[in-house]
Every structure is written in structure tokens, then in C-alpha cells.
Write a protein that binds this ligand. Sequence first.
Ligand code: GAP
Length: 562
Amino acid sequence: MAFVVKKNINGKDYFYLNENKRVDGKVKTKTIAYLGKIKKDAEKKAKEIIEKMEKEKTEIKEIEKKERTETKISIEEMAVFCKRKGFVYSSGEIYGGLAGFWDYGNLGVELANNLKREWWQFHVYQRNDVVGIDGSIITNPKVWEASGHVSSFVDIAVVCKKCGNKTKIDKYEVGKAKCEKCRGEFENKGEFNPMFTTSVGPVKEDSLKAYLRPETAQLIFANFKFVQENARMKLPFGIAQIGKSFRNEIAPRDFLFRAREFEQMEIEYFTKPNEKCPYELGNTEILIYSEEMQKNKQEAKKMSFKEAWKKGIIKTDWHAYWLEQELFWFIGLGANSSKFRVRQHVSDEKSHYALDTWDLEYNFPFGWKELEGVANRTDFDLKQHEKFSGKDLKIFDEETKEKFLPHVVCEPSLGVGRAFLVFMFDAYTFDEKRQNIVLRLHPKLSPIKAAIFPIIKKDEYENLSKEILNELKKEWNVLYDISGSIGRRYARNDEIGTPFCITIDEDSLKNKDVTIRIRDTTEQIRVKIENLQEVLRKGIHGENILKYGKKIETRKKISGEE
Ligand code: GAP
């Protein structure tokens, strides 16, 4: 809520409108406007500004409400859409593809890159306590012996006796699990390790058996001491990494959801043992589904992370904090918060390294599924690497003058492909009025930020359009489209999520201004070319740009236009 404050500077009173905002869990005061020196005028001005702000908030809520009208489609339909529009293809499709391997097309690579950049921005650049690395896909195989992946990263392959469905189950599910397709009995095909193997070195006898990494995390642990010293990090701190991982899944399925080659975005967050979390928790509510609720066959309960932690449902403040951060990241990029919940792993479901794990789950068209794992790995990994490498990985504590191994209180670990699906499902809408698909991606994620349309094929229109295109291309991925009617061009861009379409018409030549059409509302504004970049920048950051131009009704057609 905004409020008026008086500041006395050199004996004179000045009035300002301030607002408290929560940033990174802390309340920060921001000055919104200078209100002048006279109290009465300042109060009047403040009232006007507050009213305007409230109106804008209501408008944004209205837009958000409209955005929430996403159309429900199945995962198979999403795969077809992604192929048709150039987001994702089955890898090696011209040879029949290969199960569990996917290629990102011209739009898919942009969306994936944008979401990875946004993840890095939020988790690394916007914090002072996280730095990044980029580890190798193949490393010394001892890393995987130490981590326990060679001995404990084991699944049981099973085939349904009734319908032939091939899948994997955890060891604890042997004899208990039934086929999820037909409820038939499983035939146990034995243990298998999903790590892909390869040999390093050209001469067979001298070559070394190595693994394609099944998680990026181990490269963080193996480099932990170097990074901590080089980056001069003090606990608590995190190391982030984005990169490919490989798992020879027995049953890759549900498009990008379960692939054999996929990308992970992971953080190992290190603290002193039992260190308190200094960040404040917010009040955002979410469905919480603890181990106890699952065992007692109860429903998930809606509450804030703060409440779940205070009630001891989520055991540590750090776990509650990181789960909340992960949810914030998705919501900040326009994901639908009502489709998320957090679920605790039941004891026999946990990975060999985890003390406690909570998954951020999303309600996919094929049910509630793990989107992101958030595990407490304790000092398990550093201890193992000390043991296997013989190297000292401890940190010296200046206060206690003792050396100790830091604990990973939380490991947020998210697959790029799964995040990609969440944003696509939440964005996909069939607009009845327009009779075309509108992909309502957050502009930050949109593969193409703006499309430039000269209204007719004439040199003067095309030259000005290309001038604008070249200027905008210095900053963003922008598209030039001259074919078909303006309506067709809008529809094509709606389908691929382009948030802004810019039309150059006869008035543009005279007045040096253009029309920006906003994807989500189809509203149009007229903006001077000199201000275009600034207005787009605001729009791409998620601001409603309606106020930055003169609102216009649909343009009348001119001669030569289709
Ligand atoms: N370092 C911890 C780790 O790898 P995980 O729960 O096995 O934990 C973390 O994986 C995340 O990686 C998952 O929540 C999911 O988003 C993604 N992921 C795992 N296996 C995947 C697969 N076969 N295909 C696509 N994404 C996968």
C-alpha cells in the first residue's frame, strides 16, 4: 500500500509517495513520486496517483483472468503442435526418430534459451550468494563411484503381464506396484542402471569405461573447493549449473517429460550444519502434501510455506524457503499458480543421498507429476568425494577455528524440458473470437519479441520497416513478415507467442510513428518510432504498455493492402 511521507531537507518540507515492496523476502521502501512542498496539494496528488495505480492493478487482474482461459490439450496434442510450429521434433525423425531424444526447432531453441536465461537471472545474477559453473558431460568415472550412482542408482525393469507395458519401478515397489495402464501384474525383468556408458580413448584395450552424467550436480560437488576459494564464497552460498544429463530410461514417455537426453538447471546450496535461514518467508499459499498426509490417505492442504514450516510439516526453514523461491520463479514468468503443489517423498521413495525431499509438482494433462526435485542432501556427497579422492574438501570456520564439511540443505533441481512444457501448457489458448491459437507466453519467454509488418509491398514502406527491424534486432529476436493480409500475419504470430506486432503504414512515413498491436488483448497503440524500443522493453518486462501510446481503433485499409 502506498503512503505519504514528509522529508525535511535543509529546514524545508518535501512530500513523497512511498510504497513498501517485498524483494527477496525483505520489505523495501520505494519512492513512487515526488508530491511537492505543500501538504494539501501533496495529499490530493497522492490520492490521484493511488487511484490510478489501483485502476491499473484491476486492469492487470482482468488481463490475467483472460490469460487463465487456457485450452486443455493432451500431451500428444502438445507434441503435434510443437512439431507443426517448429518448437520440437523427434530426433532423427526422417529415420523414424529415437525414443526419448528430441531436437528443438527454430522457436523451441529460443523458448528454451529464454527460460534458461531467466532461470540464471533469478537464481544467480539477482542474488549475492550464488555463482555458476559449467561442468563436463563425461568426467572421471570415480566421480560416479563416489556419488553412489554406480552402486545405488538402480531401477527395476518390469513388463506388465496383461498389456505388455514396459516401465521401471523403485526397489521398494517390487511385489506392490501394479500397471498404471491396466492394473495388471508386473513381471520383474531385473535391476538396471540407467547411466549410459561409453569408452574414452581410441584403442580398445587401453580405453576407459566412462559414463554420460545422469545429473549435473556431481560436477558441482567435485569442483566445490575450487569454486569456493576462487569466488571467495562465504557460507551460506550456492553453486548453480545448467547442462545436459542422460538417463537410459526404460520407458521414455510423455514427450519431453521423460526423455533419455535432457537438460537440468540445478543449485547445490551449502550451509553450516544447522545454520538458520536468514530470508523471510512470504504468505503465498500452495497445496502441501506431506508424507503423513499421503500415508493417512488425506488430501493435500492449502497453506503458506511459512505455516507449513512453523507447523513442522516442512522440517527446515531452508527447505520451505527454496520451495517458495522455485514457485515464485514459475509464477513470475506467468505460470498458473493453481496448478502447482509440493509433495514430500515417502521414506522408501527417497534417493540414496537424500535426508528429505519435496517435489514441486505440476498438474499436467496426465496428472500431478514431479516438475522439480528439492532435496536435502546433507554432507553426503562432499563426504563421499573426500573419501574417494583423498582430498580435503572442508571449510575453515573463522568463528570456531574448526574445519567442517558444509551441508547441502537444499538442491533445487529442475528439468528444462519439464519447465518448457509447463509454460507451453499454461500459454496455449484457442481464442474463439479470433478463431486461432494464441500462445500467451510471458514476453520474456516468447521466442520472437516483435514482428514488423510493412502494410504494403512498396519500397518506402519496406525501407522504413527494415530500418526499424535492424534497430530492434540489436537487442531482440525480431521477425519481418510481409506475406499475406495483416490479419493472417497477426494470427501466425499469435500462434507462436509473439507479444507485439508492429505495423508500418502510410502515416508512419509522414509522422514517424507505428502501430503496436498487443497479442493478449488485440489492443493497438500508436507510438513514435523514437520511443518504440523503450516501450517494447517495458512490454517485454511484463508491463502493460497501453499507457505508453495513443490507443487507436482498428486501422482502416489502404489501397494496395490485401
Ligand atoms: N540432482 C538431483 C536429481 O537429478 P532427479 O529428481 O532425479 O534429481 C531432477 O531429477 C529433475 O530433473 C526432475 O525433477 C526433472 O525435472 C528432471 N528430470 C529427471 N529425469 C528426467 C527425464 N528422464 N526427462 C526429463 N527430465 C528429467
